[in-house]
Design a protein around this ligand. Sequence first.
Ligand SMILES: Cc1c2[nH]c(c1CCC(=O)O)Cc1[nH]c(c(CCC(=O)O)c1C)Cc1[nH]c(c(CCC(=O)O)c1C)Cc1[nH]c(c(C)c1CCC(=O)O)C2
Length: 342
Amino acid sequence: MTLQNDLLLRTARGELNERVPVWMMRQAGRVLSQYRAVREQAGSFITLAKTPELAAEVTIQPIDAFDVDAAIIFSDILVVPEAMGLPYEMIESRGPVFPKTVRSSVDLGQLRVADAETDLGYVLDAIRLTKKELNGRVPLIGFAGAPFTIFCYMTEGKGSKTFSVAKKLLYTDAAFAHTLLQKITDSTISYLKAQVLAGADLIQLFDSWAGILSPEQYRQFSLPYIKQICDAITDVPVTVFAKGAFFARHEIGQLDCQVVGLDWNMDPTESRELVPNKVLQGNLDPCVLYADFAQIKREVKHMLDAFGHQHYIANLGHGIYPDTDPDKARCFVDAVKELSTR
Ligand SMILES: Cc1c2[nH]c(c1CCC(=O)O)Cc1[nH]c(c(CCC(=O)O)c1C)Cc1[nH]c(c(CCC(=O)O)c1C)Cc1[nH]c(c(C)c1CCC(=O)O)C2
């Protein structure tokens, strides 16, 4: 199937383009009333994610609503721990919770390396169906959490401001941490390879909790595992988005990935210097979308001027916030297109 709009894919591969491609992290499932209607129909987030027809529907909603240049498959990073034998629950207005956690070698022994086809077939079915329904309109992004971020949730059991239980394990039992990180990595490689086979055109790794580590810990407990994944995914462009890891930009730029994602704390010019030979993605503060339309446009112009119009994918610096007005999201997308078209 040839893509009608392959702007994002060409840009991610390092080619020059006619305008800046744009999409938004967490564009599916956070701000659209159409999403909430389907979510209600499904009954729960997990049922929705496990029903390929519905997952495909909400994946495509933001393409219709915002006219973005890519779809991202509707799922969650926490499907990987579940596939390893650690089920999660999504608690309304609280977020994900793991009733059981992994904190000892006994817990570790009960986990398996996930086999994508048997344990995550529902995501692969959703990708296949979405590709069919997209009918080549835009590329489809597959994704996974980076191993350290998944480690945080598996050990802590829920979200946290500090993830101090997870970090404590790094200091008190590094061998345990590395064994668990390797198991997550092996599962993730199997999962992402299967996503590519199912039709994902690009892959993004979300290291959402990278910013809680020191540079030295990041080098020890996160980068080597991201490197294994980058080395294993060879057929499609890979984006590494490590939220808060401003200190690791140069090293991330040395990985065999094509795109480096930036959050809004990372200066565009400085990032270009630290990561000279990669495509950059980001990095508008999601809170800019609370401003009025004129100011959103000014901020987008400022961002485009700072990054330049080539080797660049416009995005927010993190996922769009749930209380964002969809018209403001649309304004962001339209501004990128209007201001970057040659
Ligand atoms: C850390 C993380 C998670 N999930 C994800 C990350 C990495 C990105 C980031 O840093 O934000 C990634 C994710 N989660 C979801 C997607 C789907 C595609 C998309 O919208 O881009 C993606 C790409 C759906 C979701 N994941 C979740 C929902 C809301 C569940 C619901 O509808 O009840 C959705 C649509 C739940 C979730 N899942 C997670 C949390 C902390 C929460 C609760 C907060 C929230 O609502 O976003 C874990």
